[in-house]
Write a protein that binds this ligand. Structure first.
Ligand SMILES: Nc1ncnc2c1ncn2[C@@H]1O[C@H](COP(=O)(O)OP(=O)(O)O)[C@@H](O)[C@H]1O
Ligand SMILES: [Mg+2]
Length: 378
């Protein structure tokens, strides 16, 4: 009898550059899935430093070339550790699907000669992953959407639509390095955009001022006060006024940006973190008010990504949104908050192999539905 599911590993590493999240799961033909196991691999410090340099446009072509293979090795290591942990045999796994590590994304077309194009680069070479795991590997999803005149982002809404359906009008709000929302409602086509910084600025200042990698559970932010003057200054950023579709990343909210805003920051270290945490929540609230509520009502917000663990972000979201909207997390839907994106890329890769289209032009702006992803076979 024909197997009606595939066993897959989805892998993701986002703009936070914290490391790789991998999920081993079964995906059935109707796209429902069962998670078998998961694993995360933290980037070694010197890898993180080099990636940060590249993401800040401060590396050389030689560095990019080398890091593509280094990161490929780490993705393969993460997959191999996950397989070992799960006690499945390698032969039982049908494919690996990797988002890779974005080091640059140009959502606005640039003209060279008479060629005007957007571009995006995810490293973590898929031939390396496939060779070192012995498993067919899919990657490089964004290029095809860009070739079809899209922004190549966001891609996760395709999976959000399959996972959450549209019966209840919901906003699926990821808070990774950047905040991204997918709007699911019967009243409108699925749309999505980046709301602004998620953890990226919080992480930067926690590392600088407290020598910690991030504000665990929002503990630091919960100790300080919002500096309203600095918050209004931060809210003047032009990105927030742009109409969707829009996407952003380290191209804007980078180290230079952080240094610039630091000049206007309050003296109290805790309050710097509190205000940046409020900024993440406020930009989410403002974006919903401007760009979502005019199209559809929303009954609940489902938070995901590492920011879903930040109690101060949740506190501010509850403050801004009030009682009319429930703030939930993916774990309320029995999905690990940090794994949804890895699951999403497994679903995207499943489509690539099945030759099914897997972009949502209403989200990326592409001129048509295309099959994203390229395959390295074993
Ligand atoms: N327990 C926690 N409390 C607060 N923040 C957390 C926690 N765990 C993770 N994070 C935040 O989430 C970030 C990683 O989230 P992730 O969803 O992996 O983002 P990305 O997709 O950008 O890599 C970390 O850099 C950190 O800021
Ligand atoms: Mg991450």
């Amino acid at each position: 009898m024909k197997k009606t599911f595939k066993t897959a590993i989805g892998m993701m590493s986002g703009t936070s550059l914290d490391g790789i999240d991998a999920c081993l799961l079964k995906i059935y033909d109707d796209f429902h899935f069962e998670v078998i196991d998961s694993h995360s691999l933290k980037y070694p410090e010197d890898v993180r430093k080099k990636l940060l340099k590249l993401a800040n446009n401060k590396g050389t072509t030689k560095d990019i070339c080398n890091m593509d293979f280094v990161v490929g090795h780490l993705f393969a290591q993460c997959a191999n550790e996950l397989i070992k942990k799960s006690k499945l045999k390698k032969e039982e796994i049908d494919f690996i699907s990797s988002h890779g590590q974005t080091i640059w994304h140009t959502p606005k077309p640039v003209k060279t000669a008479d060629i005007k194009t957007r571009s995006s680069l995810q490293i973590g070479n898929i031939s390396v992953i496939s060779e070192l795991t012995g498993i067919t590997t899919i990657g490089d999803f964004r290029s095809k959407d860009i070739a079809a005149n899209g922004q190549g982002a966001p891609l996760v809404p395709f999976a959000d639509e399959l996972i959450f359906k549209k019966e209840t009008p919901r906003a699926i709000q990821n808070i990774g390095g950047i905040g991204n929302v997918t709007v699911l409602s019967k009243n409108c086509e699925t749309f999505a955009f980046d709301t602004g910084p998620g953890n990226m600025l919080i992480d930067y200042f926690v590392q600088k001022l407290f020598q910690k990698p991030f504000d665990k559970d929002g503990e630091i932010a919960l100790k300080g006060k919002v500096d309203e003057k600095w918050l209004s200054f931060l809210l003047k950023e032009k990105y927030y006024l742009k109409k969707p579709p829009k996407s952003t990343g380290r191209e804007l909210f980078n180290e230079d940006y952080a240094k610039r805003i630091y000049k206007h920051a309050p003296k109290d270290k805790n309050s710097i973190i509190t205000t940046l945490t409020a900024l993440t929540a406020k930009t989410i609230y403002d974006a919903y008010t401007k760009y979502i509520f005019p199209n559809t009502e929303i009954k609940e917000i489902v938070l995901g990504g590492g920011g879903a663990y930040n109690k101060a972000i949740i506190k501010f979201l509850n403050q801004y949104f009030g009682n009319n909207i429930k703030i939930k997390t993916h774990s309320d839907f029995k999905i690990n908050d940090k794994l949804k994106e890895a699951i999403a890329f497994a679903i995207l890769g499943f489509c690539t192999l099945e030759k099914k289209t897997n972009n949502l032009p209403t989200c990326t702006g592409a001129q048509k539905r295309v099959i994203m992803g390229i395959v390295s076979y074993t």
